[in-house]
Design a protein around this ligand. Structure first.
Ligand code: HEM
Ligand code: HEM
Ligand SMILES: [Fe+2]
Length: 448
């Protein structure tokens, strides 16, 4: 580690892995409820609360990971320490405690009804305070240091994340308008500004791991963010088809969102091109595997499964079926879980002052977790296609159809167990000291 202040990333990464574990526990409970609906009495723990904790935990750990990644890479990019490491530590605890209070609140029925934005108002205000502390800290760091394209895009993405979150406070009485702005947070995050964050983190990792020239990486970054913003902003229209918005959104949403796979495809080309061009054989092979896997899986989850149901005439049938859940899982995992696991794999050894240890277990966790999520998404895709046909084409009753999908929900549960097993391996590979396979001096040598 070149800069002492990079160490503030450590609690963020450990916090992220903790909440990722919580997310999977609630995912497994939810999947079990699908298979055995009477196992847990709904008065005790309703499915809706389980689902809410699962999805909220997802967002919280991904954000923790992004914060940690930023604190880790910013000093190396700007060539100076974090403006205030103290503020970064306070920010971590404030966010972590707010998340814990929110989860406990959910268990006791204290939530607002809008998916992903269920946090009560005081938690939302807490999140804004956290965001301001973070933006102040990283902007002061960036302004005083070396300017790079990676820093610029990362900061643009993170400012965007905070600005769009402000729409969580706008709750118009009109349900159509309410939905329109709800998507400004949910869609413009994952299909807009988060893509910038993802591209910046991947670019940082690829420079470190392959040794390619910054100039080459920067050209790719412009293509990726150009196509992401061009397609993603008006692509929001694919959520306006059936909410009561004007019909022209069916054209706008269809045309622009059909282009949305492009930035994800560009990221695949980018990642592999950098590896082919690269001269460096960095000892952390697992981090490179996660980086390449991230680009590929994100393309399948977001690009392919997203495109599958994004055209208005298709979405007319598939809207809100298990096809959506299949896509949601593979896209979130491939793009944002994996980019976090990649930077954690890269950063954890220097943060803990160790060599890139337990490579084999980490690589095994990559394949187990990715296959697990792949199995879940495949099962849900089959369930979704069948559901679409029986319910939307044949006109069968919703519950009658659900009864016929039991096999797929059982397979999804097995895929979930596999995913969780992969996470356990990852935690051991990261946190339990292992045999040294590479001399520390080599592993910790400054990469640039
Ligand atoms: C990494 C990026 C992406 C993530 C994390 C993601 C995640 C999600 C999630 C969680 C939902 C469900 C939202 C809800 O109804 O509560 C959703 C819906 C949707 N996504 Fe994505 N998505 C991504 C990229 C894409 C792309 C690139 C496309 C199009 C090519 C796309 C097309 C859609 C469509 C059409 C829906 C609505 C499904 C419906 O009508 O039920 N997504 N996405
Ligand atoms: C142990 C593994 C997992 C299991 C068993 C699991 C199970 C579930 C279940 C049962 C639901 C509720 C579906 C419904 O309402 O019908 C759900 C929703 C969701 N899960 Fe998971 N999950 C797991 C892992 C993950 C991972 C790794 C991610 C992303 C990185 C993820 C992202 C989501 C999202 C975005 C939703 C909302 C989907 C939508 O709105 O369509 N889950 N999950
Ligand atoms: Fe979207």
């Amino acid at each position: 580690m070149k800069y002492p202040s990079q160490s503030v990333a450590l609690p963020y990464f450990i916090g992220a892995l903790t909440i990722f574990s919580l997310q999977l526990v609630f995912g497994l409970i939810g999947a079990t409820m699908y298979v055995a609906p009477n196992l847990i009495p709904p008065e005790l723990l309703p499915f809706s609360v389980v689902r809410m904790i699962h999805t909220n935990a997802l967002i919280v750990w991904l954000l923790l990971g992004f914060f940690g990644a930023t604190y880790f890479l910013l000093p190396e990019e700007t060539e100076r320490d974090i403006w205030s490491p103290m503020l970064a530590k306070v920010q971590f605890w404030l966010f972590f405690v707010a998340a814990a209070v929110a989860v406990v609140g959910y268990l006791f029925g204290n939530y607002d009804g809008r998916s992903y934005l269920e946090q009560p108002i005081y938690i939302k205000v807490g999140i804004v305070v956290v965001a301001l502390m973070f933006l102040l800290n990283i902007s002061m760091t960036a302004l005083a240091g070396r300017r790079t394209v990676i820093t610029g895009i990362l900061l643009m993405g993170l400012w965007g994340v905070a600005i769009f979150f402000l729409f969580a406070f706008y709750v118009p009485a009109n349900v159509v308008i309410d939905k329109m702005f709800w998507w400004w947070v949910v869609h413009l995050w994952v299909e807009g500004v988060w893509e910038l964050v993802m591209a910046a983190i991947l670019a940082f990792l690829l420079i470190k791991l392959t040794g390619v020239d910054r100039e080459v990486v920067e050209k790719w970054l412009y293509v990726i963010i150009g196509t992401a913003l061009f397609s993603g902003i008006l692509g929001t229209g694919h959520h306006y088809y059936w909410i009561g918005a004007p019909a022209y959104w069916q054209w706008i949403g269809t045309i622009f969102s059909a282009v949305e796979p492009l930035p994800f495809f560009a990221m695949v080309l980018f990642a592999f091109a950098m590896v082919w061009k690269g001269r460096r054989d960095h000892p952390n092979h697992a981090a490179l595997l996660w980086s390449l896997g991230c680009a590929v899986t994100a393309f399948f989850g977001a690009g392919v499964l997203g495109f599958l149901h994004t055209l208005a005439p298709v979405n007319y049938y598939t809207h809100g079926t298990q096809v959506t859940a299949a896509h949601g899982h593979l896209a979130f995992y491939g793009a944002y879980a994996m980019v976090n696991l990649a930077i954690i794999t890269y950063a954890m050894p220097p943060l803990l002052g160790r060599a890139p240890y337990n490579q084999t277990l980490n690589v095994l966790s990559f394949w187990t977790m990715t296959t697990g999520v792949g199995v879940m998404s495949a099962a849900l895709t089959f369930a979704g296609v069948l559901q679409t046909h029986l319910e939307r084409v044949m006109g069968q009753d919703y519950m009658d159809v659900q009864q016929q999908l039991g096999l797929f929900y059982t397979i999804r549960l097995y895929g979930g167990v596999m995913t969780a097993a992969g996470l356990v391996m990852f935690l051991i590979a990261m946190l339990v000291p292992g045999r040294r396979t590479v001399p520390v001096a080599v592993a910790l040598a400054p990469a640039e």
